[in-house]
Design a protein around this ligand. Structure first.
Ligand code: ADP
Length: 541
């Protein structure tokens, strides 16, 4: 027997409808690429999104077509997401920080028909346009007064384009499984792969993110997403904030400490979210100027592990609660959040900080397990680590064009590529990336844990650990060090420092000093390049 409730499909435009009706005058403040601060609200955003939908339809954009955006977090970018999905087309966020070849490859692979771009990226796209034959037109996200001279095909400024819409438009009714958004993984192995979100996955994910043990957003919040919309579906904030009626503060292209601090204070932001590197810039600025954070209550930190010193600085010096989050593009992207369950009451001081270093527990809609290489489940004891696998309605089931083939195990779980422990209270802690973990005698050694430990040595500026082939143990750890200027820590000194803080068999077999360690575009250690550097390395036995 079927239930007799209404069939109210989970469509993205219902979010902006709700925001416009219930929180219509709630502000959306945005720093434009032209330099000025613009003020909008949810009612206006909905109106303009409908105009965008109408103009897209007039330009021939149809159900399932991909529309690229190469843009910072601004009001216009937000309007585009709703306008594009409102006719059943797909927003495709392009990451301007990728290499030009990669951007061209991704646009062509996705088959983008239009690209909306910020003023900042006109030069970049002019260089690329000959290699993007399928893109019919480029729309520049500015007004006539700021429109530059450009050779871009069919170029028009977005305001002139939108002014042609008369607003006589309704959202297109769609099945909730209809594709809505496309975001490519960074492709650290092989070509980038497209993750294709649906209306339903985005709505369910945003609802999960809004729950109190997760972001716990409300209409009283002022939310500043510093994490770009082009990074991993913008951590869902373009959906979760409007869903609750929270004020939105969009920082545009300026992500440096002073600019972010200015907006946090002038707009009285209560919650903000970004990767650790961004917060390093803010904390350095506050240290240098003696500034404070008068309204900020919570800062969400994820994308890579949140350093302990950062959590301490925010919480003890500035009275801001740090919420450590973990996720990935394939998970829409948020998978876990480190909020305090009742079972953790009583933890204080260092023990509480230890807990806050964990990546946290998943919301309803995300199931987790850890397994060994054969897929056997491992215990949740907070010590045993294995491959972290996830299942849920907002987790990828396939990549675009079925690249990579079947990506789920027999139980329908997706392998995150991360290695983690889970403790008895359900808190997950990432210990490594699966491809970086060192496999020694059938056991695993966490490269990240060794790196963090070595970084604590007073002579070490940077440390990286990779596995080197070993005749007996399969692999053994090599510690690569960039010493601080004028220092030269030796093997015995480093081993003495590390001994007693890790299992004896985890101690690196050798230490090599180098001038520099290769980094990726986002500042993390480029293990592939490092492995290449040490390709012919052999331990002296
Ligand atoms: P990519 O395209 O490189 O996969 P993602 O943004 O999807 O880019 O990156 C997801 C990965 O980032 C995760 O699998 C994990 O390894 C890492 N990550 C994300 N958040 C955290 C965190 N809080 N702590 C440690 N690692 C994290």
């Amino acid at each position: 027997m079927l239930g007799l409730m209404q069939d109210w499909s989970l469509l993205i435009h219902r979010i902006i409808d709700h925001a416009a009706i219930q929180h219509g005058s709630r502000e959306i403040v945005s720093r434009g690429t032209e330099g000025m601060i613009r003020r909008s609200d949810y009612a206006r955003t909905r109106r303009r999104a409908l105009g965008i939908a109408q103009q897209l339809a007039r330009d021939g954009i149809r159900l399932g077509d991909r529309v690229g955006t190469l843009a910072w977090n601004t009001d216009r970018h937000l309007e585009l997401w709703y306008g594009i999905t409102g006719i059943g087309a797909i927003y495709h966020t392009l990451n301007p920080r990728l290499f030009e070849d990669q951007i061209a490859w991704i646009v062509n692979h996705a088959g983008d028909r239009l690209i909306f771009l910020d003023l900042t990226f006109v030069g970049l796209v002019e260089r690329l346009q000959e290699r993007l034959p399928a893109v019919e037109r480029f729309i520049i996200m500015t007004d006539p007064a700021h429109m530059p001279e450009t050779s871009l095909r069919g170029a028009i400024d977005m305001e002139s384009w939108l002014a042609m819409a008369d607003g006589d438009m309704a959202w297109v009714d769609l099945p909730e499984q209809t594709a809505a958004g496309l975001c490519y993984t960074s492709g650290t192995t092989g070509n980038p792969k497209g993750v294709l979100y649906s209306h339903r996955s985005n709505v369910l994910h945003a609802m999960a993110v809004c729950t109190p043990d997760f972001l716990g957003l409300s209409s009283r919040d002022a939310v500043m997403p510093v994490v770009p919309l082009f990074h991993a579906n913008g951590w869902s904030l373009a959906f979760s904030a409007p869903m609750t009626g929270a004020k939105l503060v969009l920082p545009g292209p300026k992500l440096d400490g002073p600019s972010l601090h200015g907006l946090l204070e002038s707009e009285q932001v209560s919650l903000t979210a970004a990767v650790p590197t961004v917060w390093l810039g803010l904390l350095q600025h506050l240290d240098a100027t003696g500034g404070g954070l008068s309204s900020l209550k919570r800062v969400v930190i994820g994308g890579s592990a949140c350093p302990r010193a950062m959590t301490e600085a925010f919480e003890t010096r500035y009275g801001v609660t740090v919420a450590h989050a973990w996720g990935m593009t394939e998970m829409s992207p948020l998978g876990s959040f480190c909020s305090l369950k009742p079972a953790t009451d009583g933890l204080a001081g260092e023990a509480l900080l230890d807990l806050k270093m964990k990546q946290g527990h998943p919301p309803f809609t995300v199931e987790m397990k850890i397994t060994d290489d054969e897929g056997r489940r491992l215990p949740w004891d907070g010590r045993t680590f294995g491959r972290l696998k996830v299942r849920g309605p907002a987790v990828a089931g396939h990549y675009m064009n079925d690249d990579g083939g079947d990506i789920l195990d027999g139980e329908g779980f997706f392998d995150t590529g991360d290695v983690a422990t889970i403790d008895a209270n359900g808190y997950m802690a990432i210990t490594d990336r699966a491809k970086d973990v060192i496999k020694s005698g059938g056991e695993w050694i966490s490269s990240i844990e060794l790196e963090n430990l070595a970084m604590g040595h007073p002579d070490v500026a940077e440390a990286a650990v990779i596995g080197i082939a070993h005749p007996k143990w399969d692999e053994r750890p090599l510690l690569v060090i960039v010493p601080k200027p004028g220092r030269a820590p030796d093997h015995d000194d480093l081993m003495a420092f590390m001994t007693g803080r890790i299992a004896k068999w985890w101690l690196p077999d050798a230490v090599e000093l180098v001038d520099a360690i290769p980094h990726t575009a986002t500042g993390t250690i480029k293990k592939t390049a490092l492995r290449e550097m040490f390709r012919d390395y052999r331990f002296r036995v």
